[in-house]
Design a protein around this ligand. Structure first.
Ligand code: DX5
Ligand code: ZN
Length: 234
């Protein structure tokens, strides 16, 4: 397993988002994305309340875990009540759980991070495109991962919002070498170079990875990581 927090890390890391995988052959598609250069898997959980869509529950996460026993599973909770889903996703094989600052702040956020760490997992905190970076600063030193959303969460395949890149100017200098700054939404070979340049070191890519197959998928993952996107399309 590639531990995204191990030092010295191989940077930047690419996290294919299984939201865009072929659910009818999920295990095979997940393994393929890792075999073709994906470093870890990003698992998007939507509750139809915090975001206007439903995606998958713990059973699907467990299926990905069974298919890829050695993969690092980065579970992104886009839900109103993250506390309710920590235990089910731990049981389903998550290695990291992130939740949104828009639903938990102050002592509730601290307590949730403590709980996730207490179970031996990594913890992350995510912020929507219209949430100022200042709001997550009180939590940066106690999480492993900060997730900057570069689309409004809820759907894969949306257009990248470049205005969020400047959030890294505030967040990155406050982070240690054993923490990661993730960007999530609209990342592909064409947009990854800007994100890497801005200081992001964990790049989530759904449709740009799972929307391709074979050597084309291998090339796309390589181009996202290397920041050499020209000619590969989003
Ligand atoms: C958005 C999700 C993203 C999404 C990324 O709600 O949090 O992780 O799957 O998909 P693409 O890369 O297609 O924008
Ligand atoms: Zn996500």
């Amino acid at each position: 397993m590639i531990d995204p927090f191990a030092a010295p890390p191989r940077l930047p890391l690419v996290a294919p988002s299984i939201l865009a995988a072929d659910f009818a052959r999920l295990g095979e598609d997940c393994r393929d994305a890792l075999d073709r250069g994906g470093d870890l898997l990003h698992v998007d959980i939507m509750d139809g309340h915090f975001v206007p869509n439903l995606s998958m529950g713990p059973a699907v996460c467990e299926a990905a875990r069974k298919a890829c026993p050695d993969a690092f599973l980065d579970v992104h909770l886009m839900v109103t009540d993250p506390d309710d889903f920590v235990d089910p996703f731990i049981k389903a094989g998550a290695n990291l759980i992130s939740f949104h600052i828009e639903v938990r702040e102050g002592s509730a956020a601290r307590e949730l991070i403590r709980r996730i760490h207490g179970e031996g997992l990594r913890a992350g905190i995510a912020l929507n495109p219209d949430t100022p970076a200042e709001r997550i600063m009180p939590f940066v030193d106690i999480v492993d991962l900060v997730v900057v959303m570069s689309v409004f969460p809820g759907f894969g395949g949306q257009a990248f919002i470049p205005e969020v890149l400047s959030k890294a100017d505030l967040i990155r200098p406050a982070m240690r070498a054993d923490q990661r700054l993730e960007i999530d939404g609209g990342i592909g070979p064409q947009t990854a170079p800007q994100a890497i340049e801005a200081g992001f070191d964990l790049l989530v890519a759904g449709s740009a990875v799972f929307g391709r197959s074979g050597d084309d998928r291998t090339r796309a993952i390589g181009a996202i990581r290397d920041g050499t996107g020209v000619g590969v399309g989003r």
